[in-house]
Design a protein around this ligand. Structure first.
Ligand code: COA
Length: 333
């Protein structure tokens, strides 16, 4: 068997391969049945279907057989939809799915897309993990298709271009947990001082981010995510749940940008959004503590934060070495 599937333009003549692939993927989930002519007749001539909508279709072929597929089409105003993303179970974990999504995203971007959206059946939990790993977050309400499978679908979305910051609602926050946990782990393991010691176990990072998402869902914190060219690469939280006599203030916590996405302005953009949200929440002052001598100290100084002072032995490394922390504040009213 040829080990690497080849990506090529999908053809109407691939119909039998596409139908078999979609049918097999749906059958993995109980209750998902294919009514070809009633519900997905476009599979019989899929290249024509997407060409008519100014979209594009790809097939992944291995040894003359279709083993994966993806399509994309414009919706409106810079928003494109990722559609018909399927790969056989034995292709998962090989990187094929990433290649398919990358082909669709690159095509959409080169045709002016700034945002990609997609719908995924609420039962397709493996696909959800994949989309979340690919920096998509849940967006909007669930839609019901009124079909034989009683399909209900989650919507996922992500910005595709440039630096983009979004405030996450509860649905987006919970779907961001895996990606934000990976960023937290990368930052801590690269020496970032974020109240954890390296090496940070993945499960511990995920448990922490899940707690943050639940606090965000309750309105105790505001959680922001930042994308750089379609990759969810940074985050910050704004802690609003302070004691009664400190409700004029909010605290910046866990400002972090993945090492590979630094010095592109993501942290600055995150801070600006957090400041605006604090102001909207009626807070007058922002505060934070950061590791003395770390990259973040430069950032806060450059952004006009006041240095309140430092404490030499605030945190300690695993071997007991004391580390200093600097306290910063900024008036935002
Ligand atoms: C601190 C951190 C969030 C900065 O993220 P970033 O996206 O690279 O920052 P930005 O690109 O928005 O930088 C904005 C400005 O901050 C300053 N800055 C950021 N990193 C810097 C560095 N390593 N050295 C000097 N200045 C730096 C610069 O003024 C920069 O502007 P410039 O690039 O135009 O010169 C990132 O390095 C990080 O995640 N570090 C580990 C976690 C951490 O320490 N978080 C702070 C917790 S309080």
């Amino acid at each position: 068997m040829n080990p690497t599937p080849v990506l090529r333009a999908g053809l109407d003549d691939d119909a039998a391969g596409f139908i078999a692939l979609v049918d097999t993927c749906w059958a993995e989930y109980p209750g998902c049945v294919m009514d070809l002519d009633g519900e997905v007749p476009e599979l019989r001539a899929l290249a024509t279907y997407y060409a008519q909508q100014n979209g594009a279709l790809w097939a992944a072929e291995q040894d003359g057989r279709v083993v994966g597929m993806v399509a994309t089409k414009p919706l409106a105003d810079g928003t494109w939809e990722l559609c018909k993303m399927y790969a056989y179970a034995n292709q998962r974990g090989t990187g094929l799915a990433q290649s398919l999504v990358a082909a669709a995203e690159t095509h959409a971007r080169s045709h002016g897309a700034t945002e990609m959206r997609l719908w995924s059946d609420t039962r397709f939990d493996r696909a959800h993990r994949f989309y979340e790993k690919s920096s998509y977050l849940r967006a909007g309400p669930i839609r019901s298709l009124n079909d034989l499978s009683n399909s209900m679908e989650f919507e996922y979305a992500k910005p595709l271009t440039g630096a983009h910051v979004q405030r996450l609602n509860a649905a987006a926050a919970v779907s961001a947990v895996p990606r934000l946990a990976a960023i937290l782990k990368d930052c801590v393991d690269a020496g970032g001082n974020l109240s954890f010691r390296a090496p940070l176990p993945q499960e511990k990072a995920a448990a922490y981010m899940r707690r943050v998402a639940s606090q965000a869902a309750r309105g105790e914190r505001i959680l922001f995510a930042a994308w750089s060219d379609g990759i969810l690469a940074g985050s910050v939280t704004l802690d609003l749940a302070l004691p009664d006599n400190q409700r004029h203030r909010a605290e910046i916590k866990k400002l972090m940008v993945a090492p590979a996405a630094r010095r592109r302005g993501l942290a600055r953009a995150l801070l600006h959004q957090a400041e605006a949200a604090a102001s909207d929440a009626g807070r007058d002052i922002l505060t934070l503590a950061t590791h003395e001598g770390g990259e973040a100290e430069h950032l806060y100084a450059a952004e006009g934060w006041q240095r309140g002072g430092s404490m030499p032995d605030y945190t300690r490394t695993a071997d007991g070495t004391p580390e200093a922390v600097v306290f910063f504040w900024k008036a935002i009213k």
